[in-house]
Design a protein around this ligand. Structure first.
Ligand code: SAH
Length: 259
């Protein structure tokens, strides 16, 4: 699916940015790079910034006009760092990503078009695009580095693509402690903990059973807000047990190394 979304760089002056764009694309699973009349390509500077995305540079298609770069595309999205004179349908990067995926799901091909470092895309080039995409940067300093702009758009494409697959967007930890750490504590475990806590607070003289002053209710409210896991409960119980030993003058360990 993602190979049907191409990145088109128009008239790039710094070959380093071509390499940076290739790296950004490969990180996000895109592979098709089209260069319209680049000033310097191939170039060792592009290879250096690609840091491993060499295959994208080797397979990059070099053409002399935007028209050639867009052959076969059914949706063309042009990026722009600033407002242009003629109002045009405008998307943010997230909307651009969902539109792009909708289009490839229909069997179409999509082009994300990026402009020159110094002057962006010309009005004529922008008018070849059905939609304009603006990254909502600080208007006081709105223009991103070319490769950084490619990164933002391709990241949104990847997020939308992962969501469409129902694939996780977070790395899943599967170690036993991680499972224990995320399993929530049960109400009865929490009740036993409150008993233990109250007993300890009495033993260390913090809670006066004659004058409890809503202390336990307030502590219950605090713990109720925190979504404690089983592992965290074990730690808290360990702390109480050691506190009681100190209060009773019993031998105790200095470091809790069994949690
Ligand atoms: N001085 C130029 C800046 C071009 S930056 C101008 O004002 O147009 C080079 C390219 O990076 C732009 O053509 C565009 O493709 C992309 N880019 C930079 N900042 C962007 C932004 N905020 N939103 C969308 N694209 C951006």
């Amino acid at each position: 699916m993602l190979q049907n979304i191409r990145v088109v760089l128009v008239n790039t002056s710094h070959p380093g940015n071509i390499g940076g764009a290739a790296r950004a694309m490969k990180n996000m699973g895109l592979s098709r790079l089209v260069l319209v009349d680049p000033e310097e390509f191939p170039s060792p500077k592009a290879l250096a910034r690609a840091s491993g995305a060499n295959d994208l540079l080797d397979n990059a298609q070099v053409v002399s006009t935007l028209e050639e770069a867009l052959v076969g595309c059914s949706l063309v999205l042009g990026t722009s760092a600033r407002d242009r004179r003629i109002p045009w349908p405008l998307l943010d990067p997230r909307e651009c990503a969902s539109k792009s995926l909708e289009q490839v799901a229909l069997g179409g091909e999509v082009a994300l078009v990026f402009g020159r470092e110094y002057a962006g895309l010309t009005n004529e080039e922008l008018q070849r695009c059905q939609f304009h995409v603006h990254i909502p940067s600080d208007p006081e300093f709105g223009s991103l580095n070319l490769a950084a702009a490619v990164q933002v758009l391709t990241y949104e494409v990847r997020m939308a693509w992962l969501a469409a697959q129902g694939a996780p967007t977070k790395m899943e930890k599967v170690e036993a402690t991680a499972i224990l750490d995320t399993r929530p504590v049960t109400m009865d475990e929490l009740e036993r903990y409150f008993e233990h806590l109250e007993q300890t607070l009495v033993e260390i003289g913090f809670l006066d059973p004659q004058k409890p002053r809503h202390l336990m209710a307030r502590l219950r409210r605090l713990y109720g807000r925190s979504g404690i896991s089983k592992l965290e409960m074990n730690i808290l119980r360990g702390i109480l047990t050691e506190t009681q030993k100190v209060a009773r003058g019993e031998p105790h360990k200095r470091r809790p190394d069994d949690v």
